[in-house]
Design a protein around this ligand. Structure first.
Ligand code: GP9
Ligand code: MN
Length: 614
């Protein structure tokens, strides 16, 4: 197109871009949530869009049409990413998630699952703009310079105004408030503006640490103290493994016969155990388990705090003469494992690079091959050893070759995520069964404590088709309490225990629980969690998928409202699933906020070092 353009043509282009982008944002509100001050947010959004598009069309890229298309396209992509992220995580992504962009190739198939063809509407503006561009007169017509400068001045002023309001708002308003009062564009601008700026953590938190004060030093009087003293420690973290699977028959088939068998003899089974992750999924579960500290919602803790000092479970065991070994059949640098493992005290990390890649399913090495090869490697280790095994095949979206599918699915589940999920968890159960047999034949079984738990849920209760299918399968409404519930099975061969413990707990409680069982009296560190075999009351602050302040205790599940207003929250009794009066939740809500704040404070100031070096 010629250098100069008709003013009318540009005005229509600006109007179209503003209108379409605004519609994209309305579409996002429909799929996520609507700002509580919708009118104010909409006016501000239209204003800022008009300003941006005018500057781009009139001045910056006045001569090159294709460059002017970039921004509407980028808005389409951002809104698409927002909608899909929300669909999975129930929160809008923050700019810091850009740091996770290198994970995208690994989650390709999960992204495909979240995509819906309706989302193509987000890019409808591009053909319309092109069409309008082609149909418009290409006759050059210069715009009088004077008007041009007046328009420029007015727009820069408008932009400055809108941005200033936002800048003043930045320090006093949190993300929820920016979204509610200013809308999506400001929400993202604010996040980009604070990218790389370390989040300020209130220093006064350090003056009143009260949740992080459990120094659990068990003794002979503690229940199960030293039950597994000096034994090899084998921990199996099972990918996406939920508790509803345990002892469940589906279409007349037992879904997890091997785990059920383990539970029945020589085991303590915790059936009210809950996941605790941040935005680092699997790796956050690993972190909470090894440290009894909350992970972060800012960035995966394995990346953010990889250089902090820890007195983690492997480090403690290593000091006691254990060899410490992690095993995972995927790329070693994923979630930054390769870098943080030595810092946590692992001597050796066997990843996809060292395993024989004889069977690849989904992301990496199949669980079958993983367990066979790991059993072989354990056999060669100096004892006592700590083996930390992280499985992989039952990862979203749970697709597997037919030869491993042993469950006859109900017609309505065939080809659906839930059907694939049931197949994959049944497969990992079979692999665990084989692994136990290998431990027996390698003479390791009797001298080991074998602990199994899920890292996090597999089926999201906020995705509608899955929620419906799960509710039908369970016979009650599938909600966060069931979604977050993972099993913890502590198997001590020869212990003659067959106990189900229903105290509420989660990953945060793992370390103190293990130290008691191993008879380790560790006085140098504190925990956020507690020894579940000796605790009287269960409690865990929840963070990912839910707003800060959400918690679970022995009676209830509390979901803090997404708009930050306590009165808009919801809570229900675990037993009856009936609503809880919110006033009964205030105290534990405050405790949950405090737990997360203290954890952030401790991690961001690298305070553990001071604790265990004092
Ligand atoms: C990859 C695996 C998956 O190594 O741990 O992580 P996730 O996507 O479940 O967080
Ligand atoms: Mn995982």
């Amino acid at each position: 197109m010629k250098d100069t353009l008709k003013r009318e043509y540009i005005v229509v282009q600006i109007a179209l871009m503003t209108l379409f982008t605004f519609c994209k944002i309305l579409m996002l509100y429909k799929y996520t949530y609507t700002p509580s001050s919708l009118v104010a947010a909409s006016i501000r959004t239209i204003l800022i869009l008009l300003s941006i598009y005018t500057i781009i069309n009139f001045f910056l890229f006045r001569r090159v049409f294709t460059l002017r298309l970039i921004l509407p396209l980028v808005f389409g992509i951002v809104v698409l990413a927002d909608i899909m992220y929300y669909k999975h995580f129930q929160v809008l992504p923050s700019a810091s998630q850009l740091g996770l962009i290198d994970n995208i190739p690994s989650i390709k198939s999960s992204i495909k699952h979240l995509f819906d063809y309706k989302y193509i509407l987000l890019f409808l503006d591009i053909p319309v703009l092109i069409l309008h561009h082609l149909l418009s007169s290409k006759q050059a017509e210069a715009k009088p310079a004077k008007t041009k400068y007046y328009t420029a001045a007015a727009l820069v002023l408008a932009l400055a105004l809108v941005l200033t309001v936002d800048v003043t708002a930045r320090d006093s308003k949190n993300d929820f408030q920016i979204f509610n009062e200013f809308g999506l564009v400001h929400f993202h601008i604010k996040q980009f503006a604070s990218l790389g700026v370390e989040k300020k953590i209130d220093p006064s938190i350090g003056e009143s640490i009260s949740v992080f004060n459990n120094t659990s030093i068990p003794d002979e009087n503690s229940k199960y103290f030293g039950l597994a003293k000096d034994k090899n420690v084998i921990i199996i973290q099972i990918e996406s493994f939920q508790n509803f699977l345990i002892n469940r028959y589906y279409n007349n088939q037992e879904l997890t016969p091997n785990l059920n068998k383990l539970i029945n003899k020589d085991s303590i089974y915790f059936d009210n155990y809950y996941q605790l992750t941040g935005i680092g999924g699997t790796s956050d579960a690993e972190f909470a388990v090894q440290n009894s500290i909350y992970s972060s919602m800012e960035a995966p803790v394995y990346k953010k705090y990889s250089n902090n000092s820890f007195l983690s479970f492997p480090k403690i065991l290593k000091e006691l003469g254990y060899s410490t070994n992690a095993f995972h059949g995927y790329k070693p640098d994923f979630w930054n494992r390769q870098e943080i493992y030595p810092n946590l005290g692992f001597d050796q990390f066997t990843s996809l690079n060292e395993f024989d890649n004889d069977e690849i399913i989904g992301w990496g090495l199949s669980d079958g091959s993983f367990f066979r090869q790991t059993a072989e490697r354990l056999k060669g280790l100096k004892q006592p050893f700590y083996g930390f095994l992280i499985t992989l095949t039952s990862h979203h979206p749970y697709t597997m070759p037919d030869e491993h599918k042993k469950i006859e699915l109900l017609k309505e589940h065939d080809g659906l995520l839930i059907g694939n999920y049931l197949q994959s968890v049944n497969y990992v159960d079979a692999c665990i069964g084989e692994f136990i047999e290998l431990l027996k034949s390698n003479n390791l079984y009797d001298d080991s404590i074998i602990v199994l738990y899920g890292d996090h849920h597999g089926i999201n209760s906020t995705e509608l088709p899955e929620k419906k299918a799960m509710s039908e399968l369970l016979g009650y409404d599938y909600d966060f309490d069931e979604m977050f519930n993972i099993p913890l099975i502590i198997h001590v061969p020869g212990s003659d225990i067959a106990e189900t413990n229903s105290i509420v707990g989660g990953h945060i409680d793992f370390l103190p629980t293990m130290l008691n069982l191993l008879g380790i009296q560790e006085s140098r560190i504190n925990f956020f969690g507690q020894d579940l075999n000796n605790a009287e009351k269960g409690f865990m602050a929840l963070q990912s998928y839910l707003a800060k302040g959400s918690f679970i205790d022995d009676e209830k599940f509390f979901v803090m409202a997404g708009d930050g207003v306590f009165e808009h929250s919801r809570a229900w009794y675990l037993e009856t699933r009936t609503p809880v009066d919110l006033s009964l939740c205030r105290e534990n809500y405050e405790r949950a906020v405090k737990a997360i704040d203290e954890s952030d404070y401790i991690m961001s100031n690298n305070l553990l070092k001071k604790l265990f070096e004092k």
